[in-house]
Design a protein around this ligand. Structure first.
Ligand code: KG4
Ligand code: ZN
Length: 334
């Protein structure tokens, strides 16, 4: 008998979110994520704390993902997992769980590249972009523009030469005393402010990005203002957030527009944690209307780290018959 439905159990543990999902024939039936709050006051993810939390969370998260999808382990055809890039200790937890499940159920393993999965998050939802399309993938660790030829053929056109866009948000947040991750907090505060402060934008050729200079100029600007008024940050918090956010979004959209002009492609998406940013979503929408693009923005649950996107990416690798053996090890960089 030919089996009709391909059911994938997907596991994501690359950073500080433990996530599991059941994806059947490319449709996400469940997408369950346990966020970690232990890092909030440290200004960044503490790797050792992250891996310990993954150990605590992973079995309950998988259990809820299966129950929500009303699927049992015996119905699963393959285990998809994030091999990297990410924090090694965090990845080890997800990779070990994936390997143990595949071994005990005697089913294939499908390794997934975390950043490519962010791009394929566009296929977890409607409307799905046609090939080829351009994707700006912006997360805590990556910022790049991809030309997506097919599910398993993604070409990187440009990337950051130093910090990622998410890091620019998070490091600014640390400077102005916000909890980690600062991106969503800056987004919220910015809604009450105006972009009255301006910061120099990087002059990087090609389609590459740079954000480390911006972080330094924000720091020097604030140090100068605080020398005159020690309450400058508290008194101008919303305007500072709005100004920083506007600059980051402008840098991103400018490069995306350049990539669109260079390739002539008019189907354009954004992905990754920073694509949850309301100003980036709004500006993409406006720019798209001006330039005649059709734009694609994943729903919030598929923007930040989630196993749904890992299951979707795993499904398309499964269809191509690309499997991994039990010797696989996690890769912090890949
Ligand atoms: O993709 P993601 O969940 O994890 C990585 O793969 O890195 O991205 C996390 C990043 C963090 O830097 C966080 O501050 C940022 O996404 N982020 C946001 C927003 N939501 C999450 N940045 C700006 N505005 C947001 N609303
Ligand atoms: Zn991510």
């Amino acid at each position: 008998m030919i089996k009709k439905n391909i059911s994938i159990l997907a596991i994501e543990s690359s950073c500080d979110d433990t996530s599991a999902s059941v994806v059947v024939d490319g449709h996400v039936l469940s997408n369950i994520t346990a966020n970690q709050t232990v890092h909030q006051t440290y200004g960044g993810v503490i790797p050792e704390l992250a891996s310990r939390q993954h150990l605590i969370n992973i079995i309950p998260v998988i259990d809820v993902a299966l129950k929500t999808a009303e699927v049992s382990l015996k119905d699963i055809d393959a285990i998809a997992f994030t091999r990297g890039p990410g924090l090694l200790g965090s990845l080890i937890v997800g990779v070990s769980m994936a390997k143990s499940l595949a071994l005990s159920l005697d089913i294939p393993l499908v390794e997934v590249h975390h950043i490519r999965a962010h791009v394929l998050a566009h296929f977890a939802d409607e409307p799905k972009p046609p090939f080829p399309f351009l994707c700006l993938t912006v997360s805590g660790g990556h910022t790049q523009i991809e030309l997506v030829h097919d599910y398993n053929n993604i070409e990187i056109l440009g990337k950051t030469i130093d910090d990622a866009a998410g890091e620019a948000f998070d490091k600014t947040g640390k400077i102005i005393g916000l909890d980690y991750p600062a991106g969503p907090i800056i987004d919220k505060l910015a809604q009450e402010g105006q972009p009255i402060f301006s910061f120099p934008e990087p002059q990087v050729g090609s389609l590459d990005f740079s954000f480390s200079g911006l972080k330094t100029s924000i720091l020097y600007f604030l140090q100068k203002e605080m020398a005159v008024n020690p309450n400058f940050i508290q008194e101008n918090l919303a305007d500072i957030c709005c100004s920083v956010q506007t600059t980051i979004v402008h840098i991103l959209i400018k490069k995306l527009s350049k990539a669109a002009a260079m390739t002539g492609i008019k189907h354009i998406g954004i992905a990754g944690g920073v694509s949850a940013n309301s100003a980036l979503r709004h500006t993409l929408d406006l720019t798209g209307k001006n330039k005649g693009w059709t734009t694609y923005i994943p729903s919030f649950q598929y923007c930040t780290d989630n196993a749904g996107m890992i299951g979707v990416a795993g499904y398309y690798k499964y269809l191509d018959g690309v499997f991994t053996d039990q010797h696989v090890t996690p890769l912090a960089k890949m």
